[in-house]
Design a protein around this ligand. Structure first.
Ligand code: GLN
Length: 378
């Protein structure tokens, strides 16, 4: 077969979780909680199933859920998205990203991404005949020099993908970043795909700067969110996309022939659960406690901690310890120390020598304690 993705292997999340399982290591690699979601939520979903909500949902999602999302976005970011035409429920964030890209990327279109970048962007762009233009950011702070971004612009620049809070770095875009982006894309029709799946995992009284806050960007942006992160239920593969009507129209043309519609009882259960805003307003505090705890433990190890302003990932550098490639180091940590992490080079198209590993701290306190106890031996 003539592969469409000849240089793409198996995603690092599958590789590391499998390795963790094989070696019975503590899995801080793939990002998912090791505690269960709220029983209230489970009851709502159960109820929906028992009451017979088991057939297809409307193609864009259950109206009640779309209305609640529109309300949430309006309360949090003062943005008005019409539930009928500008909100679509998806089978997770990754599907929303793939669908958004499919709905507008043509052969030869260029898409700017910030590396380290979540690993689904580049292959999707490639499959569509697009060209990925990566801007490689470097540890420890991964700051963006917007003059450098400008240099990546060509007549074919179709889209910029943003991800804040960023996976894997935990960095967030500042007001200054957004202002620079607005200035740079003013009077252009460059689209934005804003991956905001960690919007509620943000620390130190920082505010999430959703693209929805900025009318000049919002009008040409897809915003992607994830119920997996919001509800501690990554296995449900549920999320949503926001976009102005014209863009959403194109998005739905693809969505209808890709997944058609998403799990009905879960949509209803989620809608009933989200009626209480506490379900999401409590998340920053919940995760801050975990971040602070994990960082305080890691401080005692030989790793150097990188900043973490959002997301449930903590990156560490070991460049001062050895020059081992991060992929080798990650494998060695599993085999010799019993802890799985993600090598951050997996998020770059070109190989890097940054010696940075990512740990997921969406875990029970005892899991984090046990993991760091093992890492102390390093
Ligand atoms: N988003 C999760 C992470 O970054 C992984 C999701 C997946 O495995 N596809 O770890």
């Amino acid at each position: 077969i003539n592969s469409k993705l000849p240089h793409t292997g198996t995603t690092i999340f599958t590789v590391m979780s499998k390795l963790a399982e094989e070696h019975k290591a503590i899995n801080l690699s793939q990002g998912f909680p090791d505690y269960d979601c709220n029983p209230k939520l489970l009851n709502f979903v159960n109820d929906a199933m028992q009451k017979g909500f088991n057939q297809y949902a409307p193609m864009p999602g259950l109206p009640v859920l779309r209305e609640l999302i529109a309300e949430k976005v309006s309360n949090l970011y003062g943005a008005s998205y019409h539930p009928d035409t500008e909100v679509t429920i998806t089978a997770g964030g990754t599907q929303a990203i793939f669908t958004a890209l499919s709905s507008c990327i043509n052969s030869g279109d260029e898409v700017i991404i910030f590396e380290p970048a979540y690993d689904c962007y580049a292959p999707a762009i490639k499959l569509l005949g697009g060209l990925c233009k990566p801007y490689e950011l470097a540890p420890p702070n991964y700051e963006i020099d917007w003059e450098m971004v400008k240099k990546l612009f060509t007549a074919n620049t179709k889209m910029i993908i943003l991800n804040s809070p960023q996976n894997p770095t935990g960095c967030t875009l500042s007001e200054k970043d957004i202002k620079a982006l607005i200035k740079l894309t003013k009077n252009t029709d460059i689209l934005i795909l804003s991956d905001e799946v960690y919007e509620h995992i943000i620390f130190d009284d920082n505010k999430h700067r959703s693209i929805a806050l900025y009318p000049e960007l919002r009008e040409r942006s897809f915003i992607v969110a994830s119920f997996g992160k919001l509800l501690h239920a990554t296995g449900w593969k549920m999320g949503y996309c926001l976009a102005p009507e014209q863009l959403m129209k194109e998005f739905r043309k693809v969505h209808q022939f890709n997944v058609f519609s998403v799990n009905t009882p879960m949509q209803l259960g989620i809608a009933n659960y989200l009626k209480d805003p506490e379900t999401y307003t409590s998340l920053p505090g919940f995760f801050q406690q975990k971040r602070d705890f994990f960082r305080s433990l890691l401080m005692e190890t030989n790793f150097k901690l990188l900043p973490c302003n959002g997301s449930y990932f903590q990156c560490v550098s070991y460049a001062h310890l050895n020059k081992e490639k991060d992929t080798d180091m990650a494998i060695r940590l599993v085999k010799e120390y019993g802890v799985a992490s993600i090598p951050v080079s997996a998020f770059y198209i070109r190989s890097t020598d940054h010696q940075v590993l990512r740990f997921c701290f969406a875990k029970k306190q005892e899991t984090l304690e046990k993991a760091v106890e093992r890492l102390m031996k390093l």
